[in-house]
Design a protein around this ligand. Structure first.
Ligand SMILES: *Cc1c(COP(=O)(O)O)cnc(C)c1O
Length: 223
């Protein structure tokens, strides 16, 4: 099917209030432009450099979310392009985001990435440390914590992802109840091509979809 066909299929059976992020890693700026022209309103980028190229062609009509692992030395460029960083998982990176945002007079919405499977090689904060991290990040004036994001372990059977989505949802609810200053728990970003329907059942209101929008990637995952 065409990109346009894929998108209308996904958008047509998405519950109200759930937003699609087009996960654009390894796609050309032309492909990104096509998904945007087909009705997707948020583009998700894993790499700052790829984002800059796509941004040149697509522009600021859509929202740009950073969904990759953010290195400190990329933060300065990232805060200029992105409307949200979904993958904050340390005070160090948050502090750098705060500093770079202050320099350009911006308050940036972020999500905290949860390593819901507590996997050693994965990025994200461990579920047991999430609350403490959010309390620390909430003191930064140029950052606004707006929810959580998780990848979860990779499975062939999407049903196996469910417990990790439930766990992330529980952390989300718990932190929301705390009513921390400068924290507004509004977004829960969970689920990809093979798992997004289950993620929505467990409370996701942002789903990040690559393959099902663009087709298969000719490219090896880096995590
Ligand atoms: C690649 C990627 C996705 C989308 O993966 P698909 O399986 O192609 O839908 C979602 N989130 C993140 C963080 C990704 O890197």
């Amino acid at each position: 099917m065409s990109i346009r066909g894929n998108i209308s299929e996904i958008l047509s059976d998405l519950p109200e209030g759930v937003e699609v992020v087009a996960a654009a890693k390894a796609r050309t700026p032309e492909e990104v432009l096509e998904v945007v022209q087909s009705g997707v309103r948020i583009v998700g980028e894993n790499y700052v450099q790829e984002a800059e190229k796509a941004y040149e062609m697509v522009g600021g009509e859509v929202k740009w979310h950073f969904i990759g692992h953010l290195q400190k030395n990329k933060v300065k460029k990232a805060v200029k392009i992105f409307d949200m960083i979904e993958t904050v998982d340390s005070v160090e990176v948050a502090k750098e985001i705060d500093k770079r945002c202050e320099q350009i007079g911006k308050v940036l919405p972020i999500l905290v990435e949860i390593n819901s499977g507590d996997e050693e090689q994965k990025s994200g904060v461990s579920p047991k440390d999430a609350e403490q991290l959010i309390r620390e990040i909430s003191s930064f004036k140029n950052i606004k914590v707006m929810g959580l994001m998780t990848m979860g372990p990779r499975f062939g059977n999407p049903e196996d992802s469910r417990p990790y989505f439930i766990k992330t949802r529980e952390i989300f609810d718990k932190i929301k109840k705390l009513n921390l200053p400068n924290v507004e728990m509004r977004y829960l970003s969970m689920g990809m091509t093979n798992s997004y329907k289950i993620a929505i059942e467990e409370g996701a209101n942002i789903v990040r979809i690559g393959t099902k929008l663009f087709g298969e990637r000719n490219y090896v995952e880096d995590k």
